[in-house]
Design a protein around this ligand. Structure first.
Ligand SMILES: *Cc1c(COP(=O)(O)O)cnc(C)c1O
Length: 373
């Protein structure tokens, strides 16, 4: 392949302009849950290999230019974080939280057959699309003002459909408000209604990398009875390429596994060819920071979120957060400010997310902007 020195001067100029403008935009990047603070440059040489992690990371494959070994270590790490028993759970590195949610609901449908998916109003927009793709029946459950699932509505709705096995899609940190659905309450409902065949999938896109590092988190992981979980990699950990991790009980995965002679491996994943670089990013971050490093990072984020609460209160924006959340919700400002600060907004609220790269100085500047308006 040609090197960039053989690009035309115009094309080289356009690339440098693009880089400069992206670097500028990342100065005001406080509205989305993507950590922009990372340096994977030691992994640069891997970009010159045709890496492909196709197939099951725990099974042998005829395609040897892969990073399955590191991918397995990443999965082991997430099994620890989510209290997933290593012998009875399985997982792989996905292209992001959406693929992990698709995977969880896919496993659930294959297990239960004719079933009904319940999910709250505050669920990520991709889930209704996943339900269309998988063609499963589903009912949206009301949310409470804090963004959590309204369990009275869930109880009544599941009761009416008691003859259909339920798949409960649980939010562990909603996108807009960072709310955690009450898993203990959900388990209680299933038990009160004597529903034995059921499936619980947890969408922990952002908070799956927060809750392992806080004191006394609410029930959220395999210890709380979930069947599968999806966590994003490019959110809390940070990655230049979107990625994530999905974990599920092995018994569910065994039902969908198919052997494929052409690649000499087991087909247990959604994608065929899979990214071989992103498992390396996650592995690198995991080795560099470890549990303690992530714990410090999360503590720092929670501090900045507290700081933002105080600053936004001073400029009368009625800010609030859910417990253990770094998502600060406040009264929606004008278009000029939401655009300048890339603030995600919905109806009357906006939020900022105190990701590891968000500094108090940026919060100060945002508060100044809000004071003038
Ligand atoms: C971001 C997010 C997703 C989607 O994850 P991607 O990694 O962007 O695919 C799903 N659910 C929640 C709650 C999210 O915040």
């Amino acid at each position: 392949m040609q090197t960039d020195h053989s690009l035309s001067p115009l094309d080289r100029y356009r690339l440098s302009q693009l880089l400069e403008s992206l670097q500028g935009e990342s100065q005001n990047f406080i509205g989305y849950p993507c950590n922009s603070q990372f340096d994977y440059s030691p992994l640069f040489p891997f970009l010159s290999l045709p890496l492909n992690n196709l197939g099951d990371p725990f099974a042998p494959s005829n395609y040897h230019i892969n990073t399955h070994e590191m991918e397995r270590e990443v999965i082991r790490f997430f099994q620890e974080l989510t209290q997933a028993p290593t012998d009875s759970t399985w997982g792989y590195v996905t292209n992001g939280g959406t693929e992990g949610n698709l995977y969880g609901i896919f496993l659930a449908r294959e297990l239960l057959g004719d079933c009904m998916v319940y999910f709250s109003e505050d669920t990520h927009y991709s889930v209704t699309k996943i339900l269309r793709c998988l063609h499963v029946r589903n009912i949206m459950i009301k949310s409470k003002p804090d963004g959590g699932m309204d369990l009275e509505d869930l109880y009544e709705t599941v009761r009416i459909h008691r003859d259909v096995p339920p798949i409960i899609f649980v939010n562990i940190g909603t996108t807009m408000k960072g709310a955690i659905d009450d898993l203990a309450g959900i388990n209680q409902i299933l038990s009160d209604l004597a529903i034995q065949r059921h499936y619980i999938h947890a969408d922990a896109a952002l908070s799956g990398m927060i809750l392992p590092f806080v004191a006394n988190p609410p029930p959220w992981d395999f210890a709380a009875g979930i069947d599968s979980i999806s966590i994003s990699g490019h959110k809390m950990i940070g990655s230049p390429i979107p990625c994530g991790v999905v974990l599920a009980k092995k018994s569910h995965v065994d039902r969908i596994a198919r052997g494929v002679e052409y690649v000499g491996t087991l087909d247990t994943t959604i994608m065929g060819s899979r990214n071989g670089i992103t498992p390396l990013f996650l592995w690198y971050a995991m080795k560099l920071l470890g549990r303690e490093g992530f714990q410090q990072t999360v503590a720092g984020c929670l501090q900045v979120a507290d700081y933002a609460l105080e600053k936004l209160r001073q400029v009368n924006r009625n800010p609030w957060t859910n417990p253990h959340s770094i998502t600060v919700v406040f009264d929606r400002p004008g278009e000029e400010i939401t655009s300048r600060w890339q603030l995600a907004s919905q109806n009357k609220i906006s939020h900022l997310i105190a990701m590891p790269h968000v500094k108090k100085e940026q919060i100060d500047r945002l508060a100044d902007d809000l004071k003038v308006k």
